[in-house]
Ligand binder design. Structure first.
Ligand code: ATP
Length: 230
């Protein structure tokens, strides 16, 4: 589903590589935590999967395609199959919850009947029914992240990428977001999530890929992250 084959990413010539010869495989249906200190390369991996960045050397394969062979023109088509959520939600403040989700379908030219059935479905899936008309300032952080997840999932992507999705939330709210991501994963979506949040990693016991200085230093099934015996 996602393969990094000897991937090195240098943002600037002469700088320390953000990723240094990284090779990993993520299978369909997996849930993977990317962990490691700030600057270790987690967001860079997600940017490469989204084809926002290109590797300096090596290859990234996503959904059976070698991204180095996907033309810029075709990148948007590939991205439709990948949902993404971020720590800062990246929602439109002047739109309500329903409109924020609907826009994700409108930009890909989805017909109105599809929007009418699928937006309410995904809003219900994330547990926001009754709050469709609320603007972002009228929602809590956890609810805003639910809107962001609904927006990412409305196009039924095969892969969901999450960059610190609980970073702005308290532990309990973060756990409720994790239960939602876990449910999304169990229904078949591959999830790759970058996080610093040790308690979440340690409670969920999923595959853990640990980065340090751009290198994979640990890749463990049902792993933990800090604070507990390795
Ligand atoms: N657009 C960029 N231009 C130049 N350097 C960058 C860019 N993006 C990231 N870097 C550098 O690449 C390295 C890896 O950064 P990255 O954001 O991938 O780390 P991270 O593990 O996601 O960190 P954090 O947990 O703080 O988000 C860092 O040294 C960072 O300064």
């Amino acid at each position: 589903m996602i393969t990094f084959d000897k991937v090195t990413k240098l943002y600037q010539r002469g700088a320390h590589p953000a990723l240094d010869d990284v090779s990993i495989d993520v299978e369909r249906g997996e849930f993977v935590f990317l962990v490691g200190p700030s600057g270790s390369g987690k967001s860079t991996m997600l940017s490469l999967i989204l084809a926002e960045e290109r590797p300096t050397s090596g290859h990234v394969h996503v959904l059976g395609k070698d991204l180095s062979k996907v033309s810029q023109r075709r990148v948007p088509l590939l991205r439709r199959q990948i949902g993404a959520v971020f720590q800062d939600f990246r929602l439109l403040g002047d739109k309500n919850a329903y409109e924020n989700v609907m826009l994700a379908l409108q930009v890909i030219g989805a017909p109105r009947h599809r929007i009418k059935t699928e937006v309410p479905e995904v809003i219900e899936m994330v547990g926001l029914e009754g709050k469709e008309k609320r603007y972002m300032t009228e929602l809590s952080g956890g609810e805003r992240q639910r809107v962001a997840i609904a927006r990412a999932m409305v196009n039924r992507p095969q892969v969901l990428l999450a960059d610190e999705p609980t970073g702005n939330l308290d532990l309990e709210t973060g756990m409720s977001i994790m239960r939602l991501l876990d449910r999304i994963n169990r229904s078949g979506t591959t999830v790759v999530m970058a996080t610093h949040d040790q308690s979440i990693v340690n409670q969920l016991r999923k595959r853990v890929v640990e980065l340090k200085d751009g290198m994979v230093v640990r890749d463990e099934a049902r792993g933990v992250y800090g604070g507990e015996k390795r």
